[in-house]
Design a protein around this ligand. Sequence first.
Ligand code: HEC
Length: 296
Amino acid sequence: MLRVFALLLVAAFALAAPPAPGPQFVLHAERASQDDLELGGELIGVPAGETRYARYEDLLRLPQETHTVSDDTNFPHGTQVTGVPLDELARRFAVNSNEALVVAIADDKYRANYPRDYIADHHPLLVLRLNGKPREGWPPSEVGGPLGPYLISHPVFKPSFKVLSHEDEPQIPYGVVRIEFRRESIVFGAIRPRIAPDPSSQVAQGYIIARQDCFRCHNSGAEGGTKAGRSWMQVGEMAMNDPLRFRAMIHDPKSVLPDAKSPAQPDYDNATLDALTAYFRTFSHLASRPGGKPTP
Ligand code: HEC
């Protein structure tokens, strides 16, 4: 009986003890190889704002999971994916791991955001091997470049919310070079509607959609991706001043710019485009001018 109790006690401690980075895992102040993963944001034991580098070989020593994945558009169906859960990375490296928003930054300045509820629902992994192979054996990306140095995938992706015609989308960046552990209130605070809207309003719905979609490539100050090279405010100006062009840029960007890289969202219906227009208009300078209308 005593032995069972002791075992239970040990088990309870094993569960409760924060799994700090093991002695074998060293974060480096300098990059040693292109394969190193940059870590930033709020890291345990690291002054705020400083970057550290994790070596690929060290990441391979962290607890790994392997899944056969059939719904990730970055590689063929039935590919075996091996990697470290983002949750595990947060537990090891993030200050306030239970609250940290994980941000994955790609070499083309695209950013994927992983709030806590997304991590709990979808269990994303930082992928280290595909079909057991390191990056040299990976297929090319959709645009013909490398998928590495890192990419993010899921065991399986089932959308967990729907707002108008936007369904929860898998966040599956490739070319990932950096992971940050951030505060959701700061990152999402940069694009939260300035005036707290009624949750069922167009502005509130547009915000939820833009946060998961547009924020990957369009930035607001230091937050959000900069792949598009057009800020949240510039998108806001267009929503205010040229709403037809704004809608076309979402629905069918090539109809506006023949070689547009902005992704088309042909399934967004009128109500969805209206919500995005209403939300982005609140970021136009006209909306913030005294007498300007913040929401239509
Ligand atoms: C995968 C990256 C990506 C995402 C996601 C994205 N955009 Fe863009 N966006 C771009 C790029 C790149 C451009 C620059 C023009 C181009 O190459 O398409 C752009 C340009 C724009 C422009 C300016 C067009 C012009 O005439 O200059 C608007 C407006 C815009 N995007 C709106 C949006 C909205 C609204 C969303 C979310 C519903 C969104 N974008 C999501 C990449 C993205």
